[in-house]
Ligand binder design. Structure first.
Ligand code: TRP
Length: 341
């Protein structure tokens, strides 16, 4: 059994890009073998083993949401909303373990041990740290050590595969380096994880700014379709999507990024590669297709109570705990600490 782990950071509302790029491939893979679902990603990611079934672990990584300026109530709300949407989108808790990161204290404990196996320079080199530490807000120390906590998330579960987007490949590399170094120095303790990309994950761009990935800024804006957007809102956003003046509906990411993105969204939603006579026809079809994909998710979302969601999350933590404890214990002893009574 291949174990695959995903972390969702509750810092913004989930949007169409998350659904088509990450959530759908994950949900689709719950009962399938790894081989059909994964392809080789650009280095350093490699192809999934393709042997046997894949077991998925989904964490709502609330500790990571505290590394930048945050509002406590918003983090609480988004944590439950993320889990509720994942269930509504088809995550089956009988097959997939889903829990809240902070519910297992082992994450924070392993984080500390791994800090003792990571160089300051290594952390400081992370591109995301450099980017996020130049803004107006004071920089939290946890923003620097964030990738080490991410490594702890991954290593705690003996994870073999981590689906990653471009923005996370460097963090995954760090997790691999730290795991390998720890094993070499203190004895075999961790499984060294690999990055993988889902074979059919769509890359969805912002409707108002089609050269930027949808949801990059974490806000649901005019160019971002939130998974909980009402049908009329979805339609308005799609109809106002930026295109160009060429008036030819064709796939040309360089010269017609807006039109190409709408075609991508259409194919991702319907699986159909039909042709369109005009931008108007394309937009109407895309709006209909997105609304049709979101409707059942929103219906199931409305039917789930926060109590039901919390109960799934608590069961998930219970399920994940023994493995996390075992890994933490191995690491604790290997690094030189005496086992507690
Ligand atoms: N850093 C990831 C992001 O920003 C979230 C994350 C935290 C994660 N821990 C993880 C992803 C472990 C995969 C595995 O998207």
């Amino acid at each position: 059994m291949t174990r695959r782990l995903t972390g969702l950071k509750p810092t913004g509302h989930l949007q169409l890009g998350n659904l088509l790029g990450a959530i759908r491939p994950l949900v689709g893979g719950q009962r399938e073998t790894g081989s059909e679902l994964l392809t080789a990603a650009p280095s350093p990611a490699v192809q999934g083993t393709g042997r046997g079934v894949t077991e998925s672990v989904i964490m709502i990584v609330d500790l990571h949401a505290l590394t930048i300026e945050h509002d406590p109530q918003r983090v609480r709300d988004l944590t439950v909303e993320h889990a509720r949407l994942m269930l509504a989108a088809g995550v089956d808790p009988d097959v997939t373990t889903m829990y809240v990161q902070s519910h297992l204290s082992e994450h924070a404990q392993l984080h500390y041990l791994l800090e003792c196996a990571t160089g300051f320079g290594e952390a400081r080199r992370m591109i995301q740290f450099k980017e996020k530490s130049t803004g107006p807000d004071p920089v939290r120390l946890s923003l620097l050590t964030y990738p080490v906590l991410m490594a702890a998330d991954i290593l705690l579960h003996d994870t073999e595969e981590v689906p990653v987007g471009d923005d996370q490949t460097q963090h995954l590399e760090l997790a691999r380096d730290v795991a390998y170094r720890f094993n070499t120095r203190y004895g075999q303790t961790f499984t060294v994880p690999r990055a993988v990309t889902p074979a059919f994950a769509a890359r969805i761009m912002d409707l108002a700014e089609p050269t930027a990935k949808m949801g990059k800024t974490n806000a649901v804006t005019a160019g971002v379709i939130g998974l909980l957007d009402r049908p009329d809102v979805v339609r308005r956003k799609v109809m106002r999507a930026v295109t160009d003046t060429r008036n030819i509906v064709r796939r040309d990411p360089d010269r017609q990024p807006g039109v190409t993105n709408l075609l991508e969204i259409y194919v991702a939603c319907t699986g159909d590669r039909r042709e369109f006579a005009s931008y108007g026809e394309l937009k109407t079809a895309v709006a209909d297709a997105v609304i049709a994909v979101l409707e059942p998710i929103q219906r199931r979302f409305a039917a789930l109570t926060p109590g039901e969601v919390l109960s799934v999350l608590h069961d998930g933590a219970k399920q994940a705990r023994p493995r996390a404890q075992a890994t933490l214990e191995r690491a604790t002893e290997a690094i030189g600490l005496i086992k507690a009574a």
